[in-house]
Ligand binder design. Structure first.
Ligand code: COA
Ligand code: AMP
Length: 632
């Protein structure tokens, strides 16, 4: 059956489609229906089922002949380590950690924060939580203590699982001091912190509340899987919104299992037993879905790579991993390819490796620019598949379902809607727009299984952020258009979220950090184009009256403040001091106009601006830091 038929089948009977897809999951109690619309517009899936995520990711494979198959290939150029962990070994380690969590009083529904680097123990930690119905929340290691504190307060975890350090090129990131500071800052106090000691840096543990990873588990009995309801949250993953407070996306158990399992063959075209690699970080949604859960649920071997596309040790490291581990489908962000292209434009490193095992390259996380796609296609000689999704959806909204039927690739488009997603382009009044017309990209409710029914502790915010502007639709926050063939083009965000190296960041959150500098009276953060990272943040600072210190000093302090408060991942290195910010008469800061000036793009003079001369002042300030420099 081809894509069109499958999409039509879903449209004509979504209930039958998702009940059929559910057959691939091992249930403790099978669902009798798929969609639960009782709390419309909050939709849930498979609510009357009983199931366990870890059982589907590990136990069933061990029981069904995959015990000795490699579950995880840990490849770490950072530590010069390569390790194969079988399904049986992963199950043993996971059940043991689950047992230890239970022994310390962790129960179904309790939250556990995981602040860990790219090591196998992080996957063990995630699975150990789902095994006992605890809800994990993984926090990306590149976030600073303050961001961790915010998540501790929102998720109120009983336990933090961590490691002594993360490894970045040229530096060791000590996690324990960050955790101690975060706990000090947070109002909620987790009961214990468990630390996996890495040999690169050992953490100092406090006797009263810190535990060594191995000692924590010694002498306890391994735990069995606890069946949970279909709508029981498997995890919470925080993502950037327009304000400083991150949004806690809730991922219910059953839909997550069904949708991820469906995606592995139909979208990523791998069969159980084959090797799949997503080069991302477990702290992001791509890592949750496609380093940890989907490959394991589907019985694949997943590659856990601790390194960078360049510099660890060179721009050939991706090609080495693909050829050495027989990777069939490879997934990363376009920025990684831009980084490789910059170092090795002629693909010299690739010549050392046989990549015939690779069937396709998948790109997501940010817009895939045509240059990068062409370059990757020529270099790898496999289809380059752009696909579009978000933390909120957990899996592909629009993609090219190679496992069903490879559709013609249109460069610049992530292709077509996946079953489950009815994508529309609307104008600001909610009217459907004709093909090839730019508008808001929305999805008709309900969202499919595997997505999210609400935000953690924030149902009103969920409704206000996603459902209020276009009633009956989920507002994606992206703008774009669709052509006559149903191919989608995702062009830009409609909110103040920017995308830096495939990482989603909030300019609002950055502004809150800068506003804490004693000399900053008012500020704005804008996202400007960057040839490597897609976008970069720039701060525009208005100083408090009477401050007459050198501007360069204040800018340096602001850069450091951002690194300390938000973390290095913000990639915030540039700011300019200005006299005033351009605003509309109603006081809205004209961030996108300033971004267009920085990028030398044409813009319409906003009708409601109170004083247009201000834009010339902004241009001069941006020119001084290397932007807005197009010859006029
Ligand atoms: N812990 C601590 N610090 C981290 C970190 C982590 N887990 N991840 C990144 N950082 C730091 C980096 O070391 C860097 O610090 P620096 O300012 O001291 O150099 C900073 O955060 C910015 O990181 P990044 O934007 O990733 O830049 P980079 O120069 O280190 O690497 C790329 C650039 C393109 C190579 C890198 O972003 C990459 O490999 N991206 C691949 C795609 C990806 O992972 N996407 C995620 C979603 S799919
Ligand atoms: P995140 O939630 O961090 O995965 O970021 C999701 C956002 O990244 C989307 O809303 C888009 O703005 C952007 N994005 C992700 N994938 C793509 C893609 N293939 N094309 C264009 N933008 C993308």
């Amino acid at each position: 059956m081809g894509y069109s038929q499958i999409y039509q089948d879903w449209q004509s009977d979504p209930e039958a489609f998702w009940m059929d897809a559910a057959k691939a999951i091992d249930w403790v109690k099978e669902p009798t229906f798929a969609l639960n619309a009782a709390h419309d517009p909050l939709f849930e899936w498979y609510t009357d089922a009983k199931v366990n995520t870890c059982y589907n990711a590990l136990d069933r494979h061990v029981q069904n002949g995959r015990a000795d198959q490699t579950a995880i290939i840990y490849d770490s150029p950072m530590t010069d380590t390569k390790k194969h962990i079988s399904y049986a070994e992963l199950l043993e380690q996971t059940a043991q950690l689950s047992g230890a969590l239970i022994a310390r009083g962790v129960e179904k529904g309790d939250r556990v924060i995981i602040y860990m680097p790219m090591i196998p123990e992080t996957i063990v930690a995630m699975l150990a939580c789902t095994r006992i119905g605890a809800i994990h929340s993984v926090v990306f290691g590149g976030f600073a203590a303050n961001e961790l504190a915010v998540r501790i307060d929102d998720a109120s975890p009983k336990v933090i699982l961590s490691a002594s350090c993360g490894l970045e090129p040229g530096r060791v990131v000590a996690y324990k001091p960050l955790i101690d500071t975060a706990i000090e800052q947070a109002s909620h106090k987790p009961e214990i912190v468990v630390v996996y000691q890495r040999e690169q840096l050992k953490a100092e543990l406090q006797e009263s509340c810190d535990y060594d990873w191995c000692e924590f588990q010694s002498g306890v009995s391994p735990a069995e899987c606890l069946p949970v309801e279909g709508n029981h949250p498997a995890y919470i993953l925080y993502t950037s919104g327009t304000t400083g407070a991150p949004k806690g996306v809730v991922r219910p158990t059953a839909g997550h299992l069904v949708a991820l399992n469906w995606s592995m063959k139909n979208i990523y075209n791998v069969d159980p037993g084959e090797v799949f690699w997503a080069a991302s970080d477990l702290g992001w949604v791509v890592g949750h879905s496609y380093i940890c859960y989907a490959p394991l649920i589907h019985g694949n071997t997943t590659v856990l790579f601790e390194g960078k596309p360049v510099g660890t040790p060179d721009a050939g490291t991706f090609w080495r991993v693909i050829s050495e581990h027989n990777v069939r489908s490879f997934f990363t962000a376009p920025t990684a390819f831009r980084a490789i292209k910059r170092e090795d434009p002629n693909g010299v490193f690739k010549q050392d490796y046989d990549l015939t095992c690779l069937r396709a390259l998948y790109l997501a996380g940010e817009r895939a620019d045509p240059d990068t796609i062409h370059w990757a296609q020529k270099l790898l000689e496999v289809p380059v598949i752009d696909h579009w999704w978000q933390t909120e959806t957990g899996w592909t909204i629009a993609g090219n379902p190679i496992g069903i039927e490879p559709l013609p690739v249109k460069i610049g488009s992530p292709s077509v809607a996946m079953p489950g997603y009815d994508i529309r382009i609307l104008d600001e009044t909610g009217k459907k727009l004709p093909p090839n017309t730019l508008g808001a990209i929305v999805i008709k409710l309900p969202l499919p299984p595997g997505t999210f029914p609400t935000l953690w502790n924030a149902e009103n915010r969920f409704k206000n952020s996603y459902l209020s502007v276009f009633p009956g639709y989920y507002e994606t926050g992206d703008a774009g258009m669709m052509d006559e063939d149903g191919y989608l083009y995702v062009m830009a965000r409609t909110d103040d979220v920017i995308n830096v190296a495939g990482h989603r960041l909030s300019t609002g959150a950055m502004e809150e950090v800068l506003a804490n500098h004693p000399d900053v009276a008012e500020c704005a953060v804008i996202g400007v184009n960057d040839t490597l990272k897609g976008q970069l943040p720039i701060g525009l600072l208005c100083l408090t009256k009477g401050v007459n210190r050198p501007h360069s000093e204040i800018v340096t302090e602001c850069v450091q403040l951002m690194r300390d408060d938000m973390g290095p991942v913000a990639a915030f290195k540039l700011a300019a001091v200005i006299d005033r910010l351009p605003k509309t008469r109603s006081g809205k800061i004209l961030r996108s106009t300033m971004a267009k000036i920085a990028d030398n793009e044409a813009f319409k003079m906003p009708a409601t601006i109170d004083d247009s001369a201000i834009l010339d002042e902004i241009k001069i300030a941006l020119q001084a830091i290397g932007y807005a420099n197009a010859p006029s």
